[in-house]
Design a protein around this ligand. Structure first.
Ligand code: ARG
Length: 472
């Protein structure tokens, strides 16, 4: 049977298991093999695994555990393996439990038993923690660039559409007129905080190198941990070997970060879906799907999925915390499952950001529909400010305008159509100049203090957010 012969083949390869010596048989139950093997997932760490081994080989040489020549042979072998991965020529065996096993097995094939010296004083426990931190540091840089790109596109779109006015909502009820750009930037600022937050997480949780922690107790070698760490781009070394091999807080914080960023995207997605439904905007070409039954439909599925990712990413954050909760000290195999959570969170968030860029880039804002959705009742607050400017305390002004709103409702007319005579009955301070209140443009323009919706304030925001995200 073909299946049997593959197994026999694999039995030979089982000699390559890193822990084979302790067992009388090299066969392991197929269920254990299936649940234990992580290569299908952690092969994504191959670059970082090789990079870590290159730095470690030099560390071993400096410590007197490898001769120059041995170090050079190991380095040449590792470089060849790197090439094989890059060319998609690296051959995986079923017995390659994880990326660390696969690289070491191949190194042995290339340079013989000397490969076994590379693992001196090192455990897969400090190795995997190092690889994962290195991977996440690299990817965080990519995500930061992507995030900045999205923020910059939002800022430019805000600039392009700065004259569009639309209803601002609270409780999903029309509240006050605002600039469309002010709304868009409200989401851009949330993403800008996510960008800053990621930098803080990288700095706090990924700057110290675990290599040299061994399985849990540390290293008995004269290894210059700081030098190895520096070669790998870390700014320092982990302070406690037991903590270093147990620590996955960097993954937990990253999944929280992904969840929160995705929650921000989901809130923007929800606004966009409402805007599209209300006719304020239209999805750009290629960003809607049709209905299999209703020929006229153009559905914003992509943005709905952007909203939905907020749920699954929140789930991944919960999974990671649950994985860590109650775990005993140091390394336990449970920790292996951190990678599928991490990669999923990363991939989902990356795709969400790419989609967000495309959506914002091509979004067509309908200035006429936005304007048409404004209602004079949204200027009631302005009417109160009118009285405030005439010296009335705001609470009293609010109350008087409440009476105006009630009167308009009774008469089934807009508040702007209440006559001056009727207004004067409510407060003698109302005068002909009240007419100036009924302008949406002047309404938004009164919010000139920084952070408000006037044109100059929004322009200031644009300059500020662009400066912070300008990467060239
Ligand atoms: N594949 C393992 C992981 O991802 C590597 C560490 C294995 N360590 C061990 N002692 N079994 O966590």
């Amino acid at each position: 049977m073909a299946e049997e012969s593959t197994k026999v083949e694999d039995d030979k390869k089982n000699e390559n298991r890193l822990w084979g010596g302790r067992f009388s048989t090299s066969r392991i139950h197929q269920c254990l093999e299936k649940i234990n093997n992580s290569i299908e997932i952690d092969h994504r760490l191959h670059k970082q695994d090789i990079k870590g081994s290159l730095a470690y080989a030099s560390g071993l040489k400096d410590a007197g555990n490898l001769t120059d020549q041995e170090r050079n042979l190991i380095v040449a072998g590792l470089k060849k393996i790197e090439e094989e991965w890059a060319e998609d020529e690296f051959q995986l065996y079923q017995s390659d439990e994880d990326i660390h096993t696969a690289v070491e097995r191949r190194l042995k094939e290339l340079i013989g038993p000397l490969a076994g010296k590379l693992h001196t004083g090192r455990s897969r426990n400090d190795q995997v923690a190092t690889d994962t931190k290195l991977w996440l540091k690299d990817e965080s840089e990519e995500l930061t660039k992507l995030l900045s790109g999205v923020i910059m596109r939002m800022a430019k779109k805000a600039e392009e559409q700065i004259d569009v006015l639309m209803p601002g909502y609270t409780h999903l009820q029309k509240a006050q007129p605002v600039r469309w750009s002010h709304w868009l930037l409200s989401h851009a600022w949330a993403l800008n905080e996510d960008r800053q937050r990621l930098a803080q997480i990288v700095e706090r949780t990924m700057s110290r190198c675990p290599l040299g922690s061994g399985a849990l107790a540390g290293t008995p070698l004269a290894l210059d941990r700081s030098k190895v760490a520096q070669a790998l781009g870390f700014t320092g070394v982990s302070e406690n070997s037991m903590h270093a091999v147990a620590d996955r807080d960097f993954v937990a914080e990253f999944t929280f970060w992904s969840a929160l960023t995705s929650v921000h995207l989901s809130r923007m997605a929800e606004d966009l879906l409402l805007h599209c439904s209300l006719g304020f905007a239209k999805m750009g070409p290629g960003l809607s799907t049709g209905s299999s039954l209703m020929p006229h439909k153009s559905n914003p599925d992509g943005v709905e999925l952007l909203r939905a990712k907020g749920a699954t990413l929140t789930g991944l954050c919960t999974s990671m915390l649950a994985l860590l909760k109650g775990l005993p000290s140091t390394y336990n195999k449970d920790l292996q499952l951190d990678k599928s959570i991490l990669f999923q969170a990363h991939d989902d968030l990356k795709l969400s950001l790419e989609l967000t860029y495309a959506v914002i880039d091509t979004l067509q804002v309908d200035r006429i529909n936005c304007l048409a959705a404004l209602e004079p009742s949204m200027l009631a607050t302005d009417l109160a400010y009118y009285l405030v400017h005439k010296g009335i305390p705001f609470r009293e002004a609010h109350n008087l305008v409440g009476t105006v709103v009630r009167l308009a409702e009774q008469k089934k007319i807009e508040i702007k159509d209440i006559s001056i005579i009727e207004l004067k009955e409510i407060s003698p301070l109302f005068d002909e100049d009240v007419l100036q209140v009924w302008s949406y443009e002047s309404s938004v323009e009164q919010y000139k203090a920084f952070g408000g919706t006037s044109k100059s304030s929004v322009e200031e925001q644009i300059v500020k957010i662009k400066t912070q995200n300008h990467t060239e």
